[in-house]
Design a protein around this ligand. Structure first.
Ligand SMILES: *Cc1c(COP(=O)(O)O)cnc(C)c1O
Length: 418
């Protein structure tokens, strides 16, 4: 079991986190994180760690990153007040619109940041893994932008399920490699990408898609995605007249959530709530509610909370949204749960669908199925906490979900004349 933190330890660790000194030198967020990789991969990770230390926080790198975020990604993304949703919920609801970022979600912030870093490190090619294909598309676009070849590993099962995204990647100039081994989905694709990385670490950059994996990836992805929370914090002050009482974000691997939450950790009056996929029920295999129902263990290079059976076999997951359908979660979220700064709840498939419908009809925003989970949880919270100011991380747009959504006829129409 996990090293259980006593209250003093938890409080000291949270202070360290807010002060910006986590992860520590070993890549740990308290008991979580670290680097559990085969010996053959250690030099590649060390090279990346040195590269980050050398470039990431230089003025020169940050200037180029900011310029790309502004002129190519389209940042800052809007903060949108949601008047009709607010009236319906009895709350004041604000949306941080990552759906308006280039390629339709927050993933591009990370992809372009890492592609710029890969250039600095002298990489000749970029490899990436993708599950639903959203990260593959962002990586392909970023690679085209910086002029590096992009090789995307994708499970054979996912290639069939996500054909439109495969086509998008190919059109953006990437090569897509079907992975026939293992579960033929995301986990197998990650293993395959790592295998290629080992064969030529000096010329290859591995562009990971979420705040997961071995150190330094969770740290790197958090630093690149924190632009979401920094912008939202400023926008709330200038547009809403103050910080929110609560902020919600959906959690798959945890990159959009950590990007929104990290810059708000020090504002201790803001309640932070991560929302996982509750799927169709509480049983093992019926959901992807890792933090709510999982146990500590090592998955893909880091010690975090994972969905596993009592023998340590990693479990298959289920969610209506492909982007939340993952049996692990980034170690910083396991940490923030352990120290009590962030609460993690879940929303079911049907709650997410209903929330998506409501947002469409009341605000004219077709959000991603992943994101819809955050709305479902926020709506419940608003009921118990009337009159509060709520910030929701709108991680992406739902156009990609139309093939799924067309299987569910519209149930209500809030705008129909009666
Ligand atoms: C991929 C994706 C997610 C889940 O990934 P995180 O790393 O947890 O953010 C959430 N929302 C959208 C729109 C996505 O594309």
């Amino acid at each position: 079991m996990t090293a259980v933190l006593d209250a003093d330890e938890a409080s000291a660790l949270l202070d360290a986190s807010i002060a910006g000194t986590l992860p520590d030198k070993r890549g740990r967020f308290g008991p979580f994180g670290g680097r559990y990789v085969p010996e053959t991969l250690v030099p590649a990770f060390e090279r990346l760690e040195q590269g980050i230390a050398r470039y990431l926080h230089t003025d020169e790198f940050q200037a180029e990153f900011k310029s790309e975020l502004k002129n190519w990604v389209g940042r800052p993304t809007a903060l949108t007040f949601a008047p009709r949703l607010s009236a319906r919920w009895g709350a004041e609801v604000w949306l941080k619109r990552e759906d308006l970022a280039h390629t339709g979600a927050h993933k591009i912030n990370n992809a372009i940041g890492q592609a710029l870093l890969a250039k600095r490190l002298g990489a000749k090619k970029i490899i990436a893994e993708t599950g639903a294909g959203q990260h593959g598309v962002a990586a392909a676009a970023a690679c085209a932008r910086v002029g590096l070849p992009c090789r995307v590993y994708m499970g054979a099962v996912d290639i069939k399920r996500q054909a439109p995204n495969v086509d998008r990647m190919l059109r953006l100039g990437a090569e897509v490699f079907p992975v026939e081994s293992g579960d033929k989905t995301l986990r197998a694709a990650i293993d395959e990408a790592l295998r290629e990385w080992v064969t030529d670490p000096a010329n290859t950059y591995y562009l990971i898609g979420s705040a997961v994996g071995a150190h330094p990836y969770p740290y790197l992805v958090r630093e690149l995605q924190s632009v979401i929370g920094r912008e939202a914090r400023e926008q709330m002050i200038s547009m809403a007249g103050g910080l929110p009482d609560v902020a919600f974000a959906c959690v798959g691997g945890g990159s959009n959530a950590i990007g929104l939450f990290y810059p708000l950790l020090g504002d201790r009056d803001i309640q932070l709530i991560g929302v996982e996929a509750g799927g169709t029920g509480d049983g093992l295999g019926q959901n992807a509610a890792t933090l709510a129902t999982g146990t500590p263990g090592v998955l893909q290079g880091s010690y975090s909370i994972i969905l596993q059976d009592e023998n340590g076999n990693v479990q298959e997951t289920h969610s209506i949204s492909a982007g939340l359908d993952y049996s692990g979660v980034g170690p910083e979220h396991a940490f923030l749960q352990a120290v009590g700064r962030v609460t993690y709840v879940s929303a079911s498939d049907s709650e997410a669908l209903a929330a998506l419908e409501e947002l469409c009809e009341l605000e004219g925003i077709l959000t991603a199925l992943e994101t819809a989970h955050a709305y479902a949880a926020a709506k419940k919270w608003a009921k118990d906490n009337p009159g509060k100011r709520i910030l929701i991380g709108n991680s992406g747009r739902g156009d990609k979900d139309m093939p799924t959504l067309t299987q569910y006829p519209v149930r209500t129409n809030a705008n129909a004349a009666s």
